[in-house]
Design a protein around this ligand. Sequence first.
Ligand code: TTP
Ligand code: MG
Length: 434
Amino acid sequence: MRRTPSILHLDLDAFFAAVEQRDKPSLRGKPVIVGGLGMRGVVSTASYEARVFGVHSAMPMHEARRLCPNAAFLAGRFGAYREASRIVMGILQELSPLVEAMSLDEAFVDLEPCLPTAGALSDEELVLLAERTRALVSEYTGGLTASVGLGNSKFMAKVASELAKPNGVRLVPVGAEADTIAVLPARAIPGVGPATMERLSRLGIKTVAELRLLSEKELVRELGKAGGEHLFRLARAQDERAVTPVREAKSISVEDTFEQDIADRAQLGAIIARHSVLVANRLAKSGSFARTITVKVRWPDFSSVSRSRTLYGATDSAEQIARIALLLLDGLDVAGGIRLLGVGVSGFTEVAQEPLFELDDSAQPGRVVEEVDPGLARRPPRWLPGNDVAHDEFGPGWVWGSGLGRVTVRFETAETGPGPVRTFALDDEALHLL
Ligand code: TTP
Ligand code: MG
């Protein structure tokens, strides 16, 4: 284990919601919920003001509406999220060449290459570096806040950034690792999802400290060799995983448009299995392992959705890709038939990062990212809440709500401060969906 807390983990606070509050001044300080607004939609994220009411990621949207009826419910703008992410990752890349993006808003940075000699920076200096990085993120993204953790391993840096949330820095000094994690729930350990938690709680184990009461042999008996050994070490804060830069954003995908819409899940499952084999073969050929698995579905009305999940490790196994793809498909409504089904992978690395870390990947419900394309090209424009619009006379604004042939727009931008609300006919020629 390294002797300096020189692994940094940065995670933006309430990312999607914070971008919305940045660009929509009237929503600052208010509950904002971003996610799928349809019948089966789930919450992508909630602003801290909405979390007070118990709203959280992956919760069904109807439940969020019940808990926090006065929140602003927005469909999400991935272009704006991607742009903010690009800026943040750029700032991190200037810190060190070893940056591993885990998602749009989260990355590990290994600071070792930029330290003059190992341990040349004191804890105080590392915290200063973290504060400077946070200040840069805020300056260049127009005010987004990030939380930063520093520790001597990826696990510890991630725990530290969780403890720093929101809008803070936390460094776990070398030697304090085991104590810091003792009180945390066992689920804080990477790779421990609901299925493993369930098995552990049957043994009466809830916290990391309680997990340490089990011998390595007992853990192996309970969770298998790889999983058991992994858990035994991580419970003692032993984590040697390297920060592995993910190669350029590329993806491999295979998709099929059907001659006739398909509604039968078993048939769709077979197609997923076939696609996954093709994807895995192409991965193997390129000598890569992928970290993010995506399923794409298009409905007969040409609206489509991409749902993805990112693994802790990386894989090139057709079975694992298919398993996760199936799980992603499970969350989608195919009852009326779909016209296209695709499986894709992205987030490439050159090593299979301990794929066995994924103790129960297929059981984890969270961290599903959903991107909806309402199929604008084929149907009348959709005035989804939160989308950007411009009016010839009133300028830029966003869709506040629509219905009965009318759309209500609030005219404001990140720069203007809270702006006025106006209602238009849907066919008003001066109003444009951006
Ligand atoms: P997180 O970093 O997990 O959450 P967050 O940034 O919203 O809040 P926190 O302050 O606790 O970090 O995820 C980053 C973004 O990824 C989040 O804003 C929305 C998206 N996301 C999903 O779409 N689905 C999910 O299940 C989760 C967890 C996140
Ligand atoms: Mg975040």
